[in-house]
Write a protein that binds this ligand. Structure first.
Ligand code: C2E
Ligand code: CA
Ligand code: CA
Ligand code: CA
Length: 277
């Protein structure tokens, strides 16, 4: 057969071929997107149970000329794989710092940004953040929070954790994103210098109907309290969920119930008109 005779064995898989092409197209579009300023940042409020805005999370969107609004799940992994994430991350940091000047300083709210493990592994992140926030300490560090998602895992955990400690010593809080999903939540809690756990939406979705889920939520809240960590609850969509969370002592809530992620101008008028949703 082909292996025995040394003839290359090849199946033409049209489906696979199309997907590969599709990926290639998205990839070249991705570089162009960055050059042509097609990325936009949205901001989702993080509020107290009473609806007072405490902060917001920055979420990236891609305004693709043909496909419309492309969600981050469809291009961030690719940007991580090809390294473009470094430029995107730098752009996000500088954009966010502008918003810290115009929103955090007058209103006292914090802004959190998403950084992948890959970005935390970058030795330039520390200098970049210090440069962006003003080396002389002009902008209080408490206004910027760094969310880390477990994606892939760390290549050199000791080095990366040391980098995080340096960031945390410099006054930047680290939030563990999607806490309770993935395989490393407990290891992250144990080993990372994090201040806050963002409890994943999947723990919130069933809490109204399912008593077990309420127990797991309480377990995580107790764990956080026991370890001196704050929490943010994600994906809150209904009044019933909110009242359970309130009862359970949650202090920071994020989700469609209060607001979807908003373009900058809409978030800004929300802030300016009132800090209560
Ligand atoms: P994430 O950091 O866990 O962000 C929360 C996601 O849940 C966002 O999706 C948000 O729009 C959505 N969400 C918030 N509240 C609700 C709710 O009540 N119901 C429902 N159904 N969804 C809700 P989005 O914006 O599509 O982002 C997806 C993921 O992409 C993010 O998950 C984050 O991991 C990643 N991402 C977004 N922006 C960036 C970025 O600037 N840099 C990096 N590295 N990753 C980003
Ligand atoms: Ca996040
Ligand atoms: Ca999350
Ligand atoms: Ca997520």
């Amino acid at each position: 057969e082909s292996i025995a005779t040394g003839v290359p064995f090849c199946i033409y898989d049209g489906e696979l071929h199309n997907r590969a092409l599709e990926k290639l197209k998205l990839e070249s579009d991705l570089y162009r997107a960055f050059e042509q300023d097609q990325f936009e940042l949205y901001y989702q409020p993080i509020v107290s149970p009473e609806g007072v805005i405490k902060g917001c999370e920055t979420l990236i969107r891609w305004n693709h000329p043909e496909r419309g609004l492309v969600p981050p799940d469809l291009f961030i992994p690719q940007a991580e794989a090809n390294g473009l994430i470094t430029s995107i991350g730098k752009w996000i940091i500088f954009r966010t710092v502008e918003k810290i000047r115009s929103w955090s300083v007058p209103y006292g709210i914090y802004i959190s940004i998403n950084l992948s493990v890959r970005e935390f592994e970058d030795e330039n992140l520390y200098d970049l953040l210090l440069q962006a926030m003003g080396k002389g300490g002009e902008l209080p560090r408490k206004y910027l929070k760094l969310e880390i998602t477990e994606s892939g895992g760390m290549e050199k955990p000791e080095e990366t954790i040391a980098r995080m400690k340096k960031l945390s010593d410099a006054g930047f809080s680290i939030f563990i994103d999607d806490f309770g999903t993935g395989q490393s939540s407990l290891a992250y809690l144990k080993n990372l210098p994090a201040t806050t756990l963002k409890i994943d939406k999947s723990y919130i979705d069933p809490i109204v109907e399912d008593e077990d889920s309420r127990s797991y939520l309480k377990l995580i809240l107790n764990l956080a309290e026991n370890r001196g960590k704050e929490t943010v609850v994600e994906g809150v969509e209904t009044a019933e969920q909110l009242s359970i969370l309130k009862e359970a002592g949650c202090r920071s809530i994020q989700g469609y119930y209060f607001s979807k992620p908003l373009p900058a101008d809409q978030f800004e008028s929300l802030l300016a008109n009132s800090t209560i949703l």
